[in-house]
Design a protein. Structure first.
Length: 185
């Protein structure tokens, strides 16, 4: 048996890449928001759909930079909060209880307690940005927590608190699951 998925919810079937926290900074002020619509486009190239009414979008367009932090299950409330409030209404780092540390190549800060971080510089793809809110950016530095990223891949076994979050809908998330290896014979 199959259920029909309404087209306006079709994205949910393929939406469980890791939820991210997008940080940005302009004129000395930083902001953070949750974003699920973030994908790789090439080895060191990413896309992110960032709504044009968000403060994040304004800061990214002004600075040409942003960072992505990959939060863990322990940060689920902070992620949801940072995606439910706008930085236009106050300091969201304080409201969501998120601590930061400096990035290496961009002004936007990185979020403590996450397991991966990508520092990104916006490409000049204004048509995609205006038409689809689609930002395309080069990754200029990338970092991972060495306790869960080993030999070039995620290994969450034995560290349930460090699993990444995958957005399902509203405040519902999946945690990254077990590793399943295909036969390579
Ligand atoms: C789990 C989650 C994922 C979200 N993903 C996106 C997204 O991919 N793109 C987007 O524009 N907004 C997304 N949002 C909504 C923004 O985070 C929200 O509009 C936020 O308040 C914008 O904050 P700002 O105005 O401080 O930038 C998401 C919200 C949640 C809770």
């Amino acid at each position: 048996m199959r259920v029909q998925v309404p087209l306006e919810k079709a994205y949910r079937l393929i939406n469980h890449g890791p939820a991210t926290l997008v940080t940005s900074k302009a004129d000395g002020r930083a902001n953070v928001m949750a974003a699920a619509w973030v994908s790789p486009l090439d080895s060191a190239l990413v896309s992110a759909v960032i709504s044009n009414d968000s403060l994040t979008r304004e800061f990214i367009e002004r600075s040409g930079e942003f960072a992505l932090s990959l939060p863990t299950v322990g940060l689920v409330d902070a992620v949801y909060r940072s995606g439910s409030l706008s930085g236009r209404d106050g300091d969201k780092f304080a409201a969501a209880g998120l601590a930061t540390f400096p990035a290496s190549k961009v002004a936007a800060p990185l979020i403590e307690g996450c397991v991966g971080w990508l520092e990104c510089r916006l490409r000049d793809e204004s048509r995609a940005r205006e038409k689809y809110d689609l930002l395309i950016a080069d990754v200029v530095a990338a970092w991972a927590d060495a306790t869960v990223y080993r030999d070039g891949q995620w290994r969450f076994e034995g560290q349930p608190d460090k699993r990444t979050l995958h957005h399902v809908s509203k405040g519902v998330f999946l945690a990254s699951g077990e590793v399943v290896e295909a036969s390579t014979d």
